[in-house]
Unconditional design. Sequence first.
Length: 265
Amino acid sequence: MIIRLLRNFFVIFVYSYLYIPIIILIINSYNFSQFKNCTKDADLSKYKMLWQNDSLIQSTFNSMTISLLSASVTTAIGLLISISLLRYRFKGKLFIYCMLFTIAVSPDIVIAISFLLLFKFFRISLGFFSLLLSHITFCLPFSVIITYSKIKKIDVCLLEAAEDLGASEFIILRNIIIPLSIPTIISSWFLTFIISIDDVTISSFVTGPRYEILPLKIYSMVKVGISSEINELSFLLLIFFISCFFLVRTMWKMIKKLIIQENVE
């Protein structure tokens, strides 16, 4: 009995610790007064003021652009690297995988300084290109680790049977590997998108003064106090990511049904 009560208390405590800040954020997003327990003058008209902040909207657009591009490029490269690690034998395979894993566990500040020194050495101006290249690089290990962990579980007999029947590498990739890896590819893309759009440390080192992204914009605004615009924007981002989750889930169910129908036919 005591163990059950302690277990329930621990579960309630953990979930409360995770979700109470989100609830407070939602409440404050409807209220101009900061950190109040009431919802005085709560209405949706305050969200209209958010669209009048051109710098905040531009920063959001920049972040979305960088995250979409980096997630797409990272997922494609990660898939190709994973297939290479699975299908081909070459020296240094274990070394490459270990190096990717090393980047994934390295402190962000170390990676940020390394990127900054690299760009300065090659005289690459800090801005869109340096930020995109950095995001692709530090997101790539996560994509490879996720994708390769799934691809290596594919039955080798399927690949060998396809080769015996005269299938080329492209046909094997299109008809066997990619269909079996669709859930992992979607998960990899979504994870790298979240990592990219949420990054502050590395982005603060490699972005220039003319190209500002949303995390850095919010960080600079929080230094002088949490305004209603930050609360409202954070709430909208929360709704956006929740919607993306359900959209991805719905898309996967539809794709799964199509795959089952094709196999039946």
